[in-house]
Design a protein around this ligand. Structure first.
Ligand SMILES: [Zn+2]
Length: 86
């Protein structure tokens, strides 16, 4: 289940580090985007790039995993873990 009609044909999602400042494009979010979710069809043709904050990137990848999409995470690991801040 994805939030755009043209993504119904999506077979895979690649999570990419974002190289520019953008807002998360999830509805009613507006946080700083931290990743790009690049949806592609079975032939590997890109369908859409969605800017997403950390939370929405994680939620989307969990949802897309359940929907049967293949997830590729191409982000570099963060230099320090933010876990102790939570
Ligand atoms: Zn968001």
């Amino acid at each position: 289940m994805t939030d755009r009609k043209e993504l119904q044909d999506a077979a895979s999602v690649t999570i990419l580090a974002i190289g520019y400042r953008a807002r998360c494009t999830a509805p009613v979010c507006g946080n700083l985007a931290r990743a790009i979710l690049r949806y592609a069809d079975r032939g590997g043709r890109p369908l859409a790039d969605l800017e997403r904050c950390n939370r929405h990137a994680r939620e989307a990848s969990e949802r897309d995993t359940k929907a049967g999409l293949t997830i590729y995470d191409d982000r570099d690991p963060p230099p320090t873990s933010p876990g102790h801040l939570l």
